[in-house]
Ligand binder design. Structure first.
Ligand code: BEZ
Ligand code: FE
Length: 298
């Protein structure tokens, strides 16, 4: 019997496989774009290593190609299944980690998600971004500062979230705008607004990515969260969320977006507890604080 490598293939077979990898890698050698060459060679090497490591069968490779074809077919201008795939594989969060290297005390970034909309309505500081959507009222307040602790007056704060039924406004087909807005920090870098207490909801799971999650026994649920995008002149724009302390999905968020520093207490208040802005509420409400620190622009 011939000698085997890694208990699976003979040395001769391994050489044959390595030969295929080598000629595929060499095919990029003359690329006029050095960075593209680096990326394509690394991608090719890792794909070959993957196929060899799992001893990929031709049926399995064909199933993989069919899966990617289905991902392409369901993708439209408003449904981005490839981004969803990147999200559930943790590649989105890994890219965010690489590109938002921890900077002093700056607030951590997390995944953007598909439900941001440009030109969301402006609300006054202290205004209501729920616009009548269903859910428990939630007062959110905090500051926007730089890494030296200086307030950033006029910082732009975009916020968006789902309603109590787990849907963003853009998931309804009636053209509504709700649970999204932008506002500006005041002269002390402080902001405040009314929104809804976030609830857990599933990422879109009626397509190939959802089928894949089901096949591997994974849940599509995201831990309850409220999205923020915060920008100020000469500062790195922060895309992040805050998560609700105690949410059952914090440890198994389907897109790996949770970072401990972003988990906040959403303190429950009983009906008729006086509100920070004097609004009368004869139902339970909640309040949360999120102090934001922006790093300098790169
Ligand atoms: C979201 O938080 O809105 C989201 C993020 C990633 C995939 C799907 C949804
Ligand atoms: Fe979300």
């Amino acid at each position: 019997m011939s000698e085997t490598v890694n208990n699976s293939v003979t040395e001769k077979q391994s050489e044959r496989e390595q030969f295929v990898t080598n000629i595929a890698l060499e095919s990029f050698e003359d690329s006029p774009n050095e960075r593209l060459k680096e990326i394509m060679q690394s991608l090719t090497k890792h794909l070959h290593d993957f196929a060899r490591e799992v001893r990929l069968t031709e049926d399995e490779w064909n199933a993989g190609i069919k899966f990617l074809t289905d991902v392409g077919h369901i993708t439209t201008g408003t449904r981005q299944e490839f981004v969803l795939l990147s999200d559930v594989l943790g590649v989105s969060m890994q890219t965010i980690a690489i590109n938002n290297e921890a900077y002093e005390n700056a607030t951590e970034a997390t995944v953007f998600g598909p439900f941001f909309v440009e030109d969301a309505p402006e609300i006054d500081n202290g205004g209501d971004m729920a616009f009548g959507a269903k859910g428990q009222p939630c007062w959110v307040e905090g500051t926007v500062k730089d890494t030296d602790g200086n307030p950033l007056p006029g910082a732009r704060i975009e916020v968006w979230e789902c309603d109590e039924d787990g849907f963003y406004d853009v998931q309804y087909d009636d053209g509504r705008t709700a649970t999204r807005a932008h506002l500006f920090a005041d002269e002390n870098g402080e902001y405040r607004f009314w929104g809804l207490t976030p609830v857990p909801y599933p990422i879109p799971y009626d397509g190939p990515v959802g089928k894949m999650l089901d096949a591997v026994g994974r849940s599509p649920m995201r831990a309850s969260h409220l999205h923020f995008m915060v920008s100020a002149p000469e500062k790195h724009t922060l895309v992040t969320h805050i998560f609700v302390n105690g949410c059952e999905y914090l440890k198994r968020d389907s897109v790996f977006g949770v970072k401990p520093s972003l988990i906040k207490d959403f303190e429950q208040q009983t009906a008729n507890t006086p509100t920070p802005d004097g609004r009368e509420l004869d139902r339970d409400w909640a309040r949360a604080r999120f102090d934001i620190v922006l790093p300098p622009a790169k």
